[in-house]
Design a binder for this molecule. Structure first.
Ligand code: ACM
Length: 534
């Protein structure tokens, strides 16, 4: 039995392919340099199937004969759990794709094929882990939860060649995530994007085991979610975006559809209503939300920090209660993000008073508060989660305050802007994007340790990591993909894979091996010169 633990990298080329979950709508314009051939790094030989898995699993033992997919292959789900059947159906759909195999889903575990087995007592797998055993007579996926079975299925997709039936080599993958929270944020406020476009992102995230989609729904430039109690927010406040375009918003039904779609892929949607700053769209929609009773103009620029809710006015808290109540009602997950960043137009004492009340509303609706890390300077409510978005230039005092808050029991999500802000340019040649936190090449985005990153914050205080894509300069789905990929795969690896497997040369070879898969899915990704693409 050969143990392949972390010897990633140097074997021979197997085809790779997929299993496309790409839908046609995504790619609407191509930044010109997407497919430029890099000269800086020599192409590596593509790794063998177990060695190209991304994120890297906890352990792989290659042994014995493999299983060959063929016309007779079936997917077997055990009869008891409806949800397991649904996971099996979705996996079959993902595997059918270009393979052309029928892959029927049948009840019962006996016989060959791909078997999905829920075992609530399986040791060592946790809430999202799985085991994948491959022998000549079939492949068994075992997990304690349907989510674990779903993740096992995504691993199986990567073990098959792109674009055809193939053989999965014999062996066992045993796997579980390092961090519970592995997120991606998309800002649909600065530029409006459709639910269909966001669904494509969900597919792209889920296949790399990212389990949270944070949607930045409101900002100065647009309010993107229907409200029943305050209908002008979306109808008027949604009708603008950066650069003067028409904007738009999602109905509640569209939002529910996204939440359901993501949920079926074990991606939790975290809605963000940013307060008390970043609210010009609300102030433009309702005069009564302004301290002077006068509605603001809609805003299509890119400045930040100029707007504030009127903290001293009781009507403000009717608004907060109504809006957060409606969003909580649309949210099956436990988190509700209330922003709290860059409230430069709100005096510090007002900010603290406002955040006290907003947090109480979140708790009243049975949700857990998430806020940007500026909440550390106020009074985080018990259990509130803080999201760090600082960078190398962030004052040490701010980081120390955050470490104190973490020591007091508040979990942290890490989104360092100079690592995980996907709207930061890769380098000086990147056309979309910003650079206020510096350039973020692919290596820099991946090559750090969330468990030791913030002084005084132990790994046990880190709930997880999240990559954020702000869209001041991102107006098309192609630009969005170009900035997110391939850095998003680094986020997936940081969130899932054990710290012991962290290694840029090995990771960059596995990343390069994903290229045929990304190509088959028609992902517009950056052929970064620091990656040894084939
Ligand atoms: C942020 O980037 N203002 C959270």
């Amino acid at each position: 039995m050969r143990v392949l633990r972390r010897t990633l990298g140097t074997l021979l080329v197997l085809g790779s392919a997929t299993l496309s979950c790409a839908t046609a709508q995504g790619v609407d314009a191509k930044p010109g340099d997407t497919r430029a051939r890099p000269a800086a790094v020599r192409a590596a030989a593509a790794p063998a199937p177990y060695e190209r898995l991304l994120p890297a699993p906890v352990s792989v033992r290659a042994a014995g004969a493999g299983y060959r997919f063929g016309a007779g292959t079936v997917i077997r789900t055990s009869g008891s759990a409806e949800e397991v059947r649904r996971v099996g159906e979705l996996l079959a759909e993902q595997l059918r794709g270009p393979s052309g195999l029928p892959l029927p889903v049948v009840d019962g575990e006996g016989g060959d094929g791909v078997r999905l087995r829920l075992d609530e007592a399986a040791p060592g797998l946790g809430a999202e882990g799985y085991r994948l055993d491959t022998r000549a007579d079939g492949i068994t996926l075992t997990a304690r939860t349907p989510a674990g079975l779903f993740h096992a299925g995504q691993t199986l997709r990567q073990l098959l060649p792109v674009g055809g039936p193939g053989t999965v080599p014999g062996g066992t993958v045993t796997d579980a995530p390092r961090f519970a929270y592995r997120g991606a944020m998309i800002d649909i406020a600065r530029h409006h994007f459709t639910v269909e476009q966001v669904k494509r992102y969900v597919d792209q995230l889920a296949q790399y085991k990212v389990n949270t989609l944070h949607v930045h729904l409101t900002d100065d430039q647009g309010w993107r979610l229907e409200s029943t109690a305050w209908p002008r927010l979306a109808r008027y406040g949604g009708g603008s975006e950066v650069g003067g375009g028409p904007g738009g918003h999602w109905t509640k039904d569209e939002y529910r559809e996204l939440v359901a779609y993501a949920g079926e892929r074990y991606v939790d949607v975290v809605p963000e209503i940013d307060m008390p700053g970043h609210v010009n769209a609300a102030l433009a929609s309702y005069a009564e939300l302004n301290c002077d009773g006068k509605a603001r103009e809609r805003y299509t620029g890119t400045k930040v920090g100029f707007s504030s809710l009127c903290v001293g006015k009781e009507r403000t808290y009717d608004f907060v209660d109504d809006v957060l109540g409606e969003v909580a009602e649309l949210t099956p997950g436990k988190y509700l993000h209330i922003g709290g960043d860059e409230a430069h137009a709100t005096p510090a004492a007002d900010y603290a008073a406002f955040m006290d009340r907003a947090q109480a509303v979140v708790r009243k609706y049975g949700k857990t508060v998430v806020a940007w890390h500026q909440l550390a300077a106020a009074r985080p409510a018990p259990g509130a989660v803080l999201q760090y978005w600082g960078h190398g230039g962030t004052p040490a005092k701010e980081k120390e305050r955050l470490a104190q808050v973490a020591k007091a029991g508040h979990p942290l999500i890490l989104s360092p802007a100079d690592r995980l802000y996907l709207d930061m340019k890769y380098d000086a040649t990147t056309k979309p994007g910003l650079a206020w936190a510096g350039y973020v090449p692919v290596k820099r985005s991946y090559d750090w340790d969330p468990g030791t990153f913030l002084p005084g914050v132990p790994e046990s205080a880190v709930l997880g990591v999240e990559a954020a894509l702000w869209t001041e300069t991102i107006g098309t789905r192609a630009e969005w993909e170009f900035m997110a990929f391939p850095r998003m795969l680094g986020l997936a690896e940081l969130g899932w894979s054990p710290a012991a497997s962290h290694d840029w040369p090995a990771y960059s070879r596995r990343l390069a091996a994903q290229a045929p898969r990304l190509d088959a899915q028609r992902v517009t990704y950056y052929r970064a010169p620091d990656v040894p693409w084939a």
